[in-house]
Design a protein around this ligand. Sequence first.
Ligand SMILES: [Zn+2]
Length: 637
Amino acid sequence: MTPHTQAAAAASGPARSGDASAPHNIVELLIDAGDVSRDQLGYARRVQAKLEVPRPILEVLKDLKFISDEQIKAAVRKNPSPMCLGNLLVELGRIREDDLRVALTIQAEQGSGKRLGEILLERRLIDERSLIEVLSLQMGFPYVEPDFTEIDPRLFLKAPAKWYETHRFVPVRMDDGKPLIAFADPMDKAALNAAREVFGPAFTTAIARQGSIDRAIKRAQRTKQRERISPSDEGSIIAMVDGIIQAAVERKASDIHIEPLKEHIRVRFRQDGVLIHYDDFPSPLHGAVTNRLKVMCDVDITEKRRHQGGRFFVDQADSQLDLRASFYVTVHGEKIVLRLLNRQGLLIHIEEVGMSPRMLERFKEDALYLPSGVILITGPTGSGKTTTVYSCINHINDPQTSIITAEEPVEYVIDGISQCSINPRIQLTFEETLRHIVRQDPDVIVIGEIRDNFSAEVAVQAALTGHKVITTFHTEDSIGGLVRLLNMNIEAFLISSTVVSVMAQRLLRKVCSDCAVPYRPTPLDLQRLGYGPADVAQARFQKGQGCAQCQYTGYRGRVGIFELLILNEDIRNAIIDHKTSQEIRRISIDATGLTTLLEDGIVKAASGVTTIEELLRCLPRLQRPRPLPELQRLLEV
Ligand SMILES: [Zn+2]
């Protein structure tokens, strides 16, 4: 059974009936309890009637500070007869009344006794977490997330892991002298009996998502195995390190963080740009694990008080994995970060990096296909600049063109291109390489990154002598890229006559396509973007509810967000006249049709590719975005 059906299975008796004639609704309960007065309710209904975006009355009462979440929970719990799940979900604003009606109709038509929660999940009308939270309220069991909690090992060891897996529960901790046990379905008699057999009659029942229980069991099991490993058992240590690297490869992680904490060692992976907890292991093994990695990258294993860096390769089935290691001395010991570079990594077509059709067309015609000039790609570390640069090179790579690179390091190897990896250890420096690069008679020069005056000058000089230069820069947005070049002691007229385009970019996490559900942003979300509800009326926002495919994050893969500045006459004049960045930004928007990073992000969120949370987390908000229909027109989506 999938986690979804398990969760829905927890929706027992009252949920199954779908009975709309439940004794009370929450508002009546609150009035009976004296938490809300009739006057307050009347006032809230008048406020509700005036709202542009409809909101449930409970939400309005909360906004007006007449009641709190705690009061709502207490009122539902005190109610002697359990309330109908469907009505609770509507009243709490978790589903719409229309959706409930649809689900109840399906339930009646199928007549197979399928539970309401199950139908809502199947139809993606609710996410599992929301459903479990409301079920916990309805049935009065606390809601826990065992996978985020330290599982008490003494409790866990009382039964074999298989037992927990079969009966879909896991003991979490001692609570008031009694074990607290999390069940996927707290009404499942067999599971309750199984728990009684092991823990006796007295325990506290809690409800949790099936996926959360599974992950907690797996993690506790691994910890149990680790405790038996001795630091001197070389074979087990090697297997453990290999296991971590293998898991990172399988999850397509870009980095592995192994960090000593006070109590234990924590292992996290960076996946889609975000750190995700993978595993813990006991502190006594840290020294052995560190030594193993130091041996692999051939650095001094006796040196434990200084930072060190190294590198090693791991053979994969069809490629070679290149790992860069950094050992950083902390108060709890050495923290290790491994960066995974896949040298035969997937090279993506420029059509697939995520530029809107109109922007891609302009980028090709007005930048990439010009015979000479500097093309700048800017953004912070991890914003996907390198991928974009490689997709550009790959796009213009043909037998008539000589392309040469100076990179630190070469991340993908592309056939037909002369790529050089900078290596300061053997005096193969950036400066030295750039001095030689123009003598190689190239058509296109790729400079990994503009990092100082010297590299900026080389780029500009090469463009002046008729070369096409593609390079990257560390700046917030496209205008920032121009301004920073201007601050590098290069004549304004040289910049204005060589730079042809500046592309700023970010990578945002994509909504998982396996568990996406439509959702409506809150007025506060919209306000933070600078919008009112009317500005995004036709948007189709989506959110991942979390599934096995996305490791319950709701996100899978990433999408590029772009801001393309093509330098035209107006911008060139503005540069020569030393206009401020605000003035250049205004001219870019008015005269070149520039859409900002935030605007490109909004268009992508409005089509359900990413979420508003991701926009707010990653994109600069320098000015109010234009209304969605206008942006869709500008980007032709
Ligand atoms: Zn998913």
